[in-house]
Each structure stands twice: as structure tokens, then as C-alpha cells.
Design a protein around this ligand. Structure first.
Ligand code: RUB
Length: 343
């Protein structure tokens, strides 16, 4: 599941969920031990575990803990499930992970709920590893040989249950000897690029050049970068993509400089019930994330954690079910409609 050189990010052991605390990386590889659904909710809200697929898995394991806490009380279990799912609203994977484990728990006698939820969480975890591998191989095919690419935020093994999505494809292209390396935006305000992508690239032997977010225009104008690869937290039916704030400006720049802008994500990030991105809930986080540590104490900040890139700017969407191209019409039954991904 975990690529060589990388620590395990999520592990169930002794009836508890061990979460590699991403807030402390790269300085420390420390694990949080979650003993209750509340512990998992706090870990997700504080970004100890982050990345759309990883929070979906954490949510599912959280239901296993919740079921253990609830005894026979299914109303309480549903309440804890809602609380968990609400911790971060943008990535639809969280709701999906919670729902899948909850469904499994509610299908069995009350005494078996915790076991059923845990089995569902383990199954999702295994499935996500396979999904990441498929996305990585398909995405690597789209990377021009002998190129550098640009990425944003962090989409590697830490963010998923496998090799990652966009960073998974970048790693696969590198293994094939096709890729020189990756430029990584530092990703303000929480530095997922600087702290996590740069670290994971180092661990996985992927050459990485870090840039401040504002340098992307200069980079793309220079012609040194042949594709932009990013992940997604939610994709609407028309291909509008919610991803880490700063993604949309990259898509605009990529279009301006005729560089392919490719989104890689599991099908569980697709929300075909939303016709377009206007109704994707965009999480606004604590303004202190922006102002600390340099702005004057009374500064008021605007801190959306995500932005929405119009599907018209997205050259391709790669999921484990296929590669989709503009104009997008992603439907609930779409899993077999993309260009099939080679096994
Ligand atoms: C995470 C983020 C990532 C996507 C990656 O934001 O925007 O780019 O979740 O998802 P945060 P995927 O750090 O706030 O959780 O791995 O599916 O492409």
C-alpha cells in the first residue's frame, strides 16, 4: 500500500486508529492515537490527517470507533457519523467514507456494528491503494517524456491509502525514466507543498524544485514546465474541480501558456449530483492561518481553503475508471464511460 521510503499514514492497531500527524512533518514522524470518533474528528479538523482520500478513510475508521462507543444506540451512531462528516465539508470523499462504514454497521445486529464498520474501512483502504495505482499508471501516460511538471498542495501517499494521485502519477513517470522532476508550489497558508510534497519527493527519489505560489506564472511563461498535475477534493458533473486554494490561478496560467492542466483523483471525489461547481461547499478556515506569524494583530484575513476551477480549463480528468476529456458530463453511472485505464 505504502510506497517504499514512506511511513504508513493510517493504521488500525489494538482497537485504535494510528494517524501519522501531518502537522508535525517534516520535522517529526509522530503518530496520534485515536481512541474515539471525537479523536478522529479532531484529527481531521486540525489537518493531522488531510488529503481527500485519506480523510475518507479516517472517517470510515472513525465510524468503527463510534460503533464501539455506541453499544446498541444507532441514533447516537448516526449522530457521530454526521459530526465526523461535517468536520471538513469540501472533500466529498469524507462523506463517502463515513457513509460506507455507517451503512455496513447498520446492516448487522447491533453487537456486530463495530466489526462490520471496521471491515468496511479496511476494504475501502485496500480499494484506495488499488485505485491510486491505476490513477498513477494512467496519469503517467499523459506526462510528456523528458519533462518537468508543476503540482500544487500535496497529493502523495500521505494524502491517500496508496501511492497518491497526482504525485502518484509523477512518481510512476519518474520510475519509467520519463520525467526529470516536479516543481511544487509551497501552498500557503499551511505549506502542504513545502512541508509535505518536498518531503515525500525526497523520500521517493523524485527531483523536486520548490517555488513560492506567486512564481508559477514566471515558471509557466518560461516554457520549462510541460504539464500541471493536481488532485481534487470534489468534481462536479461538468468537470468543475474544487481543489486546494491556488489551483484555479494555475489553471488560468496553464491555459494562457498552452500547458495541459490535468486533474487526477479517485472516482470517489466525483459528485455527479452537482451539475456544476457553484454548489460545492468551500471550507473557510481560521483567518489566523493567514495572518500568523507576520501580519499585525488586528489584520482581517480571507481564508478559503479551496477554490473551484471551471471544467473548461481542465484538459483531462484521470480517475481509476478512465480518462475523461472536455466537455465533461460525469454521471453517476459514468465509471465505464472514460477511455479505459490499462489494467
Ligand atoms: C488537500 C488538497 C489536495 C487534495 C488531493 O487539501 O487540496 O490537493 O485533497 O486529493 P487539505 P487527491 O490539505 O486542506 O486537505 O489526493 O484525491 O488528489
Amino acid at each position: 500500500m505504502t510506497p517504499p521510503g514512506m511511513p504508513v499514514n493510517l493504521q488500525w492497531a489494538d482497537g485504535t486508529l494510528h494517524i501519522l500527524d501531518q502537522r508535525r512533518l517534516p520535522a517529526q514522524e509522530a503518530y496520534l492515537v485515536c481512541r474515539s470518533a471525537g479523536d478522529v474528528a479532531a484529527a481531521i479538523a486540525s489537518l493531522a490527517v488531510r488529503g481527500a482520500p485519506a480523510i475518507g478513510l479516517a472517517g470510515a475508521y472513525g465510524i468503527a470507533l463510534a460503533a464501539g462507543e455506541c453499544g446498541q444506540d444507532t441514533a447516537r451512531l448516526r449522530f457521530l457519523a454526521e459530526t465526523l462528516a461535517r468536520t471538513r465539508p469540501t472533500a466529498v470523499n469524507l462523506q463517502r467514507g463515513v457513509d460506507a462504514a455507517l451503512r455496513a454497521a447498520l446492516q448487522v445486529p447491533a453487537g456486530d456494528m463495530a466489526r462490520a464498520a471496521l471491515e468496511a474501512a479496511h476494504a475501502l483502504h485496500l480499494q484506495d491503494a488499488a485505485v491510486c495505482q491505476a490513477i498513477a499508471e494512467a496519469g503517467a501516460d499523459l506526462i510528456p517524456a523528458g519533462s518537468w511538471v508543476l503540482t500544487h498542495c500535496h497529493t502523495g501517499a500521505l494524502a491517500t491509502g496508496g501511492v497518491g494521485t497526482a504525485l502518484g502519477a509523477i512518481g510512476a513517470a519518474r520510475s519509467r525514466g520519463m520525467l526529470h522532476g516536479v516543481y511544487a508550489c509551497e501552498t500557503r497558508p499551511l505549506w502542504q507543498g513545502a512541508r509535505l510534497t518536498a518531503w515525500e519527493c525526497d523520500r521517493r527519489g523524485i527531483p523536486c524544485r520548490l517555488l513560492v505560489d506567486g512564481a508559477a506564472g514566471m515558471l509557466l511563461a518560461s516554457g520549462r514546465c510541460r504539464a500541471v498535475l493536481v488532485g481534487a477534493d470534489r468534481i462536479a458533473a461538468n468537470g468543475d474541480v474544487a481543489n486546494k486554494v491556488g489551483t484555479y490561478p494555475l489553471a488560468v496560467l496553464a491555459a494562457r501558456h498552452a500547458v495541459p492542466f490535468i486533474v487526477l483523483a479517485p472516482w470517489s471525489s466525483v459528485d455527479p449530483c452537482l451539475p456544476d461547481g457553484s454548489r460545492i461547499p468551500v471550507e473557510e478556515r481560521d483567518p489566523g492561518e493567514v495572518t500568523a506569524p507576520v501580519a499585525p494583530a488586528n489584520t482581517i484575513a480571507f481564508n478559503p481553503a479551496f477554490d473551484v476551477t471551471p471544467g473548461s480549463l481542465v484538459s483531462a480528468i484521470v480517475t481509476e475508471t478512465g480518462i475523461y476529456r472536455r466537455p465533461y458530463a460525469l454521471r453517476r453511472e459514468a465509471p465505464n464511460e472514460g477511455v479505459p485505464v490499462a489494467p
